[in-house]
Ligand binder design. Structure first.
Ligand code: HEM
Length: 535
């Protein structure tokens, strides 16, 4: 309780606010002072000048000046919701304990609270939600063993397989550093030299690159993880979220129609569905592989540009997630939430997937910069269980992570004077044996084209038509060597794929329909607005 008066008698049971007529809705500053004039600065006479001791005014404006934290460098636009995960206790027909000892999965019906943030990737925090872009699907599980973040996307594969290429990939997709306009020419200049992206490009330029909303899309961990059981044995794992609402994607034209009227449609759709009690739900499935290199496969199980074939590695359900509560405040929850691939619980582990290892450095590093070094003390990020650390101080530290009864003088371990002590080990430690030369090398089984070709053939006709239309529209302004380079890659995936793109670009008949001046003077096509003569 705070008081703006000095008349409170010691021991008085009177609410001190009564003296000033203050109640719970009275405006105050953050010092608790009631504000009786929020309309006028303190000035010398009604026409000014102002004075420097305007505490309320200075607090109000300087706080306002700091209202934004830096937005996420990727995935800046997003929407979030609270809900719960309910475990089945099994994986397919087997008890889940055979594969993982993670406590949240063990008992049938066990519920774990979650917070989910959906996002688009490339453009800023108020960009249209109709853009052609992967969608983020990040889930924070507040488990009884601490937090687990499953930081996924809607699409199940990725553009690159080595984390060192990520800043270049994102620079190519982000707006041009001179014009500040996204440019398909820059994108395909990069992609033509990145053949491992063909599967992802095939999905991204098809209707799968514009999910209709957040409720009707899948999620995937994309990278390969591990599960570890009580005997310290591991398997390789891929995670998949399957929407009970079904899957719905948009053609470019449908997206443009929505965008002309509403560029927040996905956030609005999620918020309104939850508000009206129509709670979206996903089933969590895993694919399991034994923990080895699998030389019998023509791809590497640690390569995130590949799907694991579902006939050999079926989707096995392990639980379901329901989102049933909207955030109370967008900034406090959706903006300040911080997910990372390093945030695992006992029984879940990393694989050697080079993307996963690179990502695991990046997330907490960017969050210390974006939100601040004490970002894990914020309610949305803090686990809903006991924490006791010897981490202290730093910007915005607002509590001490101290255990009840802990000697407050002891912020180190080990100690005999009443400090914190290490936990007792549960389960057998998983200790993989690793040996090899230290190298900078691409993995052996790259197989960049075969599965993109299979995916091209697996699409329905309307999806293939839209894919070709979007690729041709974006490639039209590109110099001919980029058009040719991309066409060659599509041809390697499937001859019909290459032929249709070449035809659309007029490459075969020698009449080149696009400009070939490169980036000197012209804007290329941004991915969100591909207009062709046909479309
Ligand atoms: C967000 C880095 C690949 C999914 C981010 C952020 C960074 C980042 C720095 C901003 C985080 C923040 O400010 O809180 C990287 C790097 C990657 C990579 C270095 C590759 C080496 C991926 C992949 C996926 C993915 C493959 C999909 C599985 C996400 C999602 C978010 C995100 C969903 C948004 C999380 C949220 O809603 O707060 N990433 N990323 N990223 N990334 Fe990645």
């Amino acid at each position: 309780e705070t008081s703006g008066t000095s008349i409170q008698g010691v021991g008085s049971s009177m609410d001190p606010r009564m003296a000033t007529g203050e109640d719970d809705t009275t405006l105050t500053d953050r010092q608790g002072h009631p504000i009786d004039n929020n309309q006028s600065m303190r000035t010398v006479g009604s026409r000014g000048p102002t004075t420097l001791e305007n505490y309320h005014f200075i607090e109000k404006i300087t706080h306002f000046d700091r209202e934004r934290v830096p937005e996420r460098v990727v995935h800046a636009r997003g929407a979030g919701a609270h809900g719960f995960f309910e475990a089945y206790g099994t994986v397919g027909n087997e008890p889940i304990a055979k594969y993982t000892r993670a406590s949240l999965f063990q008992e049938k019906g066990k519920e774990t609270p979650v917070f989910v943030r959906f996002s688009s990737v490339i453009h800023g925090s108020h960009s249209p939600e109709t853009l052609r872009d992967p969608r983020g699907f990040a889930v924070k599980f507040y488990t009884d063993e601490g937090n687990w973040d499953l930081v996924g996307n809607n699409l199940k594969v990725f553009f690159i397989r080595d984390a060192i290429k990520f800043p270049d990939l994102i620079h190519a997709f982000k707006p041009d550093p001179v014009t500040n306009v996204q440019d398909g020419v820059r994108i395909f200049d990069f992609i033509m030299n990145t053949p491992e992206a063909m599967m992802m490009i095939t999905f991204l330029f098809s209707p799968w690159g514009i999910p209709a909303n957040f409720r009707q899309m899948q999620g995937s961990g994309v990278n390969t993880y591990k599960w570890v059981n009580a005997d310290g044995e591991a398997v390789l794992i891929k995670y998949h979220w399957e929407p009970k609402q079904g899957i719905k994607n948009l053609t470019q034209q449908e997206a443009e129609d929505i965008q002309g009227k509403n560029f927040n449609h996905a956030t609005q759709d999620l918020y309104e569905a939850i508000k009206s009690g129509d709670f979206p739900e996903w089933e969590l499935c895993v694919q399991i592989m034994s923990d080895d290199e699998h030389p019998e496969l023509d791809f590497d199980p640690l390569d995130d540009t590949k799907l694991w074939p579902t006939d050999t590695f079926p989707f096995l359900p392990v639980g379901r997630m329901v989102l049933n509560r909207n955030p109370e405040n967008y900034f406090a929850e959706v903006e300040q939430v911080a997910f990372g691939t390093g945030v695992l619980v006992d029984g879940l582990d990393f694989s050697d997937d080079k993307m996963l290892q690179g990502r695991t450095l990046s997330y907490s590093d960017t969050q210390r910069y974006r939100v601040g070094p004490n970002y894990l003390q914020l309610p949305i990020n803090a686990p809903k269980k006991h924490i006791a650390t010897n981490q202290r101080d730093g910007q915005m530290a607002y509590r001490v992570d101290k255990a009840p009864g802990q000697n407050p003088h002891i912020n180190y371990e080990p100690s005999t004077l009443g400090g914190l002590h290490e936990a007792t080990k549960t389960g057998k430690e998983y200790t993989p044996y690793i040996e090899g030369n230290l190298v900078r090398q691409v993995i052996e089984r790259t197989n960049d084209f075969k599965y993109a070709g299979e995916q091209y053939r697996a699409f329905e006709d309307w999806e293939r038509d839209d894919l070709i239309l979007n690729l041709v529209g974006t490639l039209k302004p590109a110099p001919q060597h980029i058009q040719q380079g991309m066409t060659d890659l599509f041809t390697k995936c499937d001859p019909d794929y290459g032929r249709r793109v070449a035809e659309g670009l007029g490459l075969n008949d020698g009449i080149q329909s696009g400009k070939s001046s490169g980036l000197d003077a012209e804007f290329g096509a941004p991915l969100g607005a591909v207009h062709t003569e046909e479309g």
